[in-house]
Design a protein around this ligand. Structure first.
Ligand code: XMP
Length: 510
């Protein structure tokens, strides 16, 4: 295992991804955890990430110097390198020749750290720094230089401490992956033995140990994360798991039946199904403000979930599909003055909740959850499902919601799904769906005037939903979707395609 100590770099998650891609487990922790906690991870190596601070600042984040003395291999990247240099007696200065973007480095010395890299020519790397190391500590050697950084890569080979000014984790650095591989395998001597089957086995044992013979409740939405959690828990604890599935009346066409069938008939999981359509739609009546709609739907869900779990006796644990990015978001290091927030779950559960949490996906990224789902034997249809927001169609019907509008949107959305799948685009995009714009425009159908609503089609690509690009779907596919919606869905006489990326748009319309 490799442990990353995070100093707040925007690239820290990327380093973890790159290492896991090598089948080596990797975890990110805030830089200020203490030495005994660091040792408890029993890592083969430590990476000190980059970060926005300057080691020259008074309150700059640091580490216990003993980490550098206990003999574990260490790689410092950017801020991490500057920290190593300053802690061990080198010097760091603020440079008036800061480097941002692509830079060439040239190699000064052979090292297993640069194995399998053509070191007889210069290499393009990605730099992003204001400070730089200007003198290196005793015992260190120069491995590479750039025009502005005399110490672009340094090492104390005896202590296995390495420092680089550039970012190997970004794709702009040539051979960046090879550099990380060299550190992980040549220097730390890790074995590439982390894969989903191994993870699954460990997880099942962990869940059994954590939960014992106690009962667990799990909210099921029909999406990938909660489904994987449910199937995984069921494998670990069988009938001690009960899932609760709340139908808020804002689901996709046929979704409630699909979820009930799959989990009761196929997986034979204890399922409490609550059709709360009337309650939700009653509370939403007359409400058109997006934030108010979201709040009502969220609060109502928590209320119903609480009510149902209170009916079940002796439930000690609540399972949920918290993912690694959520954990990092709330735990990662935010800079010298900021308090490190403790993780609180994303669902907004009550503060006084008496159940303990089971979060078996909290080490995984979204695509790893999909891989785990496949390892568990879950159908591709479910594993590759597009994300669907908690408030569902409620935030895809602009303004006030009504049963009629829900029915219209469900039909239009169903056509979008069918056609995107039939054309082979479903797995190529992050999300695709229909939005109902309940504004009326004039049209003509069969010689008669129409005056009806509009459907917008949204189809985006993204890696993390933080940014997104609209997808250039083929015109004939868009044409087919449009024709079908107008011909088959009553109340719709116009279809438009949303060509807004995020930013400035968001993925959902509300
Ligand atoms: P936006 O609209 O903010 O959406 O660009 C980013 C991603 O998050 C999903 N989304 C939600 N997911 N509860 C969820 O579970 C929500 O309230 C929610 N709102 C947006 C959205 O579908 C997209 O994938």
């Amino acid at each position: 295992m490799i442990l990353i100590l995070d100093f707040g770099s925007q690239y820290t998650q990327l380093i973890a991804r790159r290492i896991r891609e090598q089948n080596v487990y990797c975890e990110i922790q805030p830089c200020n955890i203490n030495l005994s906690v660091i040792k408890s991870f029993k890592a083969e190596g430590i990476i000190l990430s980059g970060g926005p601070s300057s080691v020259l600042g008074e309150l700059s984040p640091t580490i216990d110097k003993q980490i550098l003395e206990w003999g574990i291999p260490i790689l410092g990247i950017c801020y991490g390198q500057q920290l190593i240099a300053s802690l061990l007696g080198g010097e760091v200065q603020n440079s008036d020749q800061s480097e941002y973007g692509r830079t060439e480095i040239t190699f000064e010395k052979e090292s297993p750290f640069f194995a399998e890299i053509p070191t007889n020519e210069s290499l393009t790397v990605w730099m992003s720094h204001g400070d730089l190391v200007t003198s290196i500590p005793d015992g260190f050697q120069i491995l590479a230089t750039s025009d502005n950084s005399p110490f672009a890569a340094i090492a104390d080979p005896d202590k296995k401490i390495f420092g680089i000014q550039f970012h190997p984790e970004v794709t702009h650095t040539s051979y960046g992956m090879q550099i990380l591989k060299n550190f992980v395998f040549n220097i730390c001597e890790c074995k590439a033995d982390w894969d989903m089957a191994a993870f699954l086995e460990t997880k099942i044992n962990e869940i059994k140990t954590q939960v014992g013979d106690e009962k667990v409740i799990c909210g099921l939405s029909g999406g990938v994360d909660s489904s994987v959690v449910a199937v995984l828990l069921h494998k670990a604890i069988g009938d001690n798991l009960t899932c609760v599935f709340v139908n808020n009346g804002l689901l996709r066409k046929g979704e409630a039946d699909r979820v009930i069938d799959l989990f009761t008939k196929h997986y034979k999981i204890n399922l409490v199904y609550v059709d709360a359509t009337d309650t939700f739609l009653g509370k939403l009546e007359g409400i058109s403000d997006p934030e108010q709609k979201r709040k009502i739907i969220g609060n109502e869900f928590i209320g119903i979930f609480d009510q149902e779990s209170a009916k079940l006796e002796d439930i000690k644990f609540l399972a949920q599909g918290t993912l690694y990015p959520d954990v990092i978001e709330s735990e990662s290091f935010k800079g010298p003055s900021a308090v490190i927030k403790s993780h609180h779950n994303v669902g907004g559960l009550p503060e006084n909740m008496k159940m303990s949490l089971v979060e078996p996906l909290r080490e995984l990224f979204k695509d790893e959850v999909r891989e785990l789902g496949k390892t568990l034997g879950i159908d591709d249809e479910l594993v590759y499902r597009h994300p669907f927001p908690g408030p569902g169609l409620g935030i895809r019907i602009l303004g006030e919601i009504s049963r009629e509008k829900i029915a219209v949107l469900q039909e239009a959305d169903h056509i979008v799904m069918q056609e995107i799948k039939a054309a082979g685009w479903y797995r190529k995009v992050w999300q695709s769906f229909a939005v109902l714009l309940p504004i009326k425009s004039v049209g003509v159908m069969g010689d008669a005037r129409t005056y009806d609503w509009t459907i917008a089609i949204r189809c985006v690509n993204s890696t993390d939903a933080m940014t997104a690009d609209w997808v250039q779907l083929p015109y004939d596919l868009l044409g087919k979707i449009s024709n079908r919606i107008i011909n088959e869905v009553k109340k719709i006489n116009r279809v438009v395609y949303d060509i807004t990326s995020k930013p400035p748009g968001t993925i959902e319309w509300e």
